[in-house]
Design a protein around this ligand. Structure first.
Ligand code: NAI
Ligand code: MN
Length: 336
C-alpha cells in the first residue's frame, strides 16, 4: 500500500509499505478521503513537539472498514467511518472525568501513531465512528476539524445574544464561525484576519462583519462594541492581552493555540472584568455530535474546501497549503 511517511523532519516520502492485519480491538480502514491540517505541515518540518519519526501523517480521514481484528464484531466490515484521532487510556484522572483528549497517555492518530494519509490505516475499533449515508464521502473527513470548534464551544456555551469576535479566518476560525452561527444561532459574529482573501471566506461562511487588523488595531475599528465572547483561532501569543482589553466585563475567552512563547498579561486586565478563560485541545467524544450537525445541515463543510488532489500529489498539496493561505483553505486528498 502507498503511505505518506515523514522519515525525519523535512523528508516526506510516498512509500510502498506492507498492508498489515488488524490486531485485537482494531479495524483496518480502506481510506478514501483525507484532509490536510496545519499540524501535518508542522510534523513534516519538525515543528510538532509530540511527533515521533518515521510517521505516517494524517488525522482527518474517512474510509470503509475492510478487515477487523479479534474481539471486533465482523459485521462492522463495510461500515463507512470517520476516525476520532484521540486514543486514550480510559483510566487516568482526565479520562475518568470525560476528558480523554488530555489523557495522561494520550496518543493522537497521525501524530504519536500512524495515521490516514495512506491507502489503509489500522485504528482502534472504538475510534472508527460510523456515519450515515447522507454525509457524502468527499466531505466526511471534515468532521474532525469541526470537532475542534464543537469542543471549544462546549466550554464557552455561546448564546443567541452574544457578540462574538473570532481571531483568524483559517480552517479553524471558519469552523468556529459556522458552529456559532449554525448551531448556537449567535446573532453577531465578527471575524478578524490580516488577509482580505480569508476575510472574504469568512463572509461567505456567515460572518456578520469582517475586520482587517493588518494596519489598524481592532480597538479602533470596533467603535465601542465590546465582544462578550472571543475565540482566538489565530493563536499568536500577543492576542490574549488584546482580547482582554477589548472584551466586555463578564466575557468568556477561548484559546486554541500551542505556541511555546510566553504571552504577557496583567491579572488586573482579567480580574477587573471577571473574564473567564477556556482552553481546548482536540475533542472529547464529540464525533457523534458533529456527525448530527452534518446530517442536519447545521454546518456547511463544503464551504471550507478549496482543492481536491490525488494522494500521488501529496508534496505539491502540502506545499500549496503551506505557502498559499490566500487561495487555500481545506485541501482534500483523494485516495483510491
Ligand atoms: P491558519 O494559519 O490557516 O489560520 C490562521 C489565520 O489567522 C490566518 O488566516 C492568519 O492570517 C490569521 N492571523 C494571524 N495572526 C493574526 C492576528 N494577529 N489577528 C488576526 N488574524 C491573524 O491556521 P488554522 O489551521 O486555522 O489553525 C489556527 C490555529 O489553531 C493554529 O495555531 C493551530 O495550532 C490551532 N489549532 C488548535 C487546535 C486545538 O485543538 N486546540 C486544533 C487545530 C488547530
Ligand atoms: Mn486537524
Amino acid at each position: 500500500m502507498k503511505s505518506v511517511v515523514i522519515e525525519r523532519p523535512d523528508e516526506l516520502r510516498l512509500q510502498d509499505r506492507e498492508c498489515l492485519q488488524p490486531a485485537a480491538g482494531e479495524v483496518r480502514v480502506k481510506v478514501k478521503y483525507a484532509s490536510i491540517c496545519g499540524s501535518d505541515v508542522h510534523i513534516w518540518h519538525g515543528h510538532n513537539p509530540f511527533a515521533r519519526y518515521p510517521r505516517v501523517i494524517g488525522h482527518e480521514f474517512f474510509g470503509v472498514i475492510d478487515a477487523v481484528g479479534g474481539d471486533v464484531d465482523k459485521a462492522r466490515t463495510g461500515e463507512r467511518v470517520v476516525i476520532d484521532p484521540v486514543v486514550s487510556c480510559g483510566r487516568c484522572y482526565p479520562c475518568s472525568v470525560g476528558r480523554p483528549n488530555v489523557c495522561r497517555e494520550l496518543q493522537v492518530i497521525g501524530v504519536h501513531r500512524d495515521g490516514g494519509f495512506s491507502e489503509y490505516a489500522l485504528v482502534p475499533a472504538t475510534n472508527a465512528t460510523p456515519i450515515p449515508d447522507s454525509i457524502p464521502d468527499r466531505l466526511a473527513s471534515l468532521v474532525e476539524p469541526f470537532t475542534i470548534a464543537a469542543n471549544i464551544a462546549a466550554f464557552l456555551q455561546p448564546t443567541l445574544h452574544d457578540i462574538a469576535l473570532i481571531y483568524g479566518a483559517g480552517p479553524i476560525g471558519l469552523t468556529v464561525l459556522q458552529v456559532l452561527k449554525g448551531v448556537y444561532g449567535v446573532k453577531q459574529v465578527i471575524v478578524a484576519d490580516r488577509l482580505e482573501e480569508r476575510l472574504a471566506m469568512a463572509s461567505d461562511n456567515g460572518a456578520d462583519a469582517v475586520l482587517n487588523n493588518s494596519d489598524t488595531p481592532l480597538a479602533a475599528q470596533l467603535n465601542g462594541v465590546e465582544p462578550t465572547l472571543i475565540i482566538d483561532a489565530a493563536c499568536h501569543p500577543s492576542i490574549l492581552a488584546e482580547a482582554a482589553m477589548l472584551a466586555s466585563p463578564a466575557a468568556r475567552i477561548g484559546l486554541l493555540g500551542f505556541s511555546g512563547a510566553p504571552c504577557t498579561i496583567t491579572q488586573q486586565s482579567l480580574t477587573s472584568k471577571e473574564l473567564s478563560l477556556f482552553t481546548s485541545r482536540l475533542n472529547s467524544h464529540r464525533f457523534p455530535q458533529v456527525i448530527r450537525w452534518f446530517e442536519q445541515k447545521r454546518v456547511q463543510p463544503e464551504k471550507l474546501v478549496t482543492h481536491y488532489l490525488p494522494l500521488s500529489q501529496i508534496e505539491q498539496a502540502m506545499t500549496l497549503f503551506e505557502q498559499d493561505p490566500r487561495t487555500c483553505c481545506k485541501i482534500i486528498l483523494q485516495i483510491e
